[in-house]
Design a protein. Structure first.
Length: 90
């Protein structure tokens, strides 16, 4: 009986993970190129357990300093990427 319950719980969590992955992919598909760049730079750290806000700040700052992102685009692009990163982390 416990094995059946454990199997059901495992299957439900897998389907939830697949649904979250599809939501994340859909969110990323709607991002601007600048936001996608920030998302791609931040995602590995976020999935590793890092804080979304601090990761976004450091990655976005690094992109601006490297000349890959305009300072005026930084905040709105990071906010959009952050919304997708929240889906990724959940």
């Amino acid at each position: 009986m416990r094995l059946v319950a454990a199997t059901i719980v495992s299957l439900l969590s897998m389907s939830a993970a697949i649904a979250d992955q599809k939501q994340t992919q859909s969110c990323v598909a709607q991002l601007s190129p600048e936001s996608k760049l920030i998302f791609e730079q931040s995602a590995p750290d976020v999935t590793g357990g890092a804080d979304i806000k601090s990761t976004l700040e450091s990655k976005t700052r690094a992109l601006v300093m490297a000349g890959k992102l305009a300072r005026s685009d930084a905040r709105p692009s990071a906010e959009a990427a952050g919304n997708c990163l929240k889906l990724l982390k959940s």
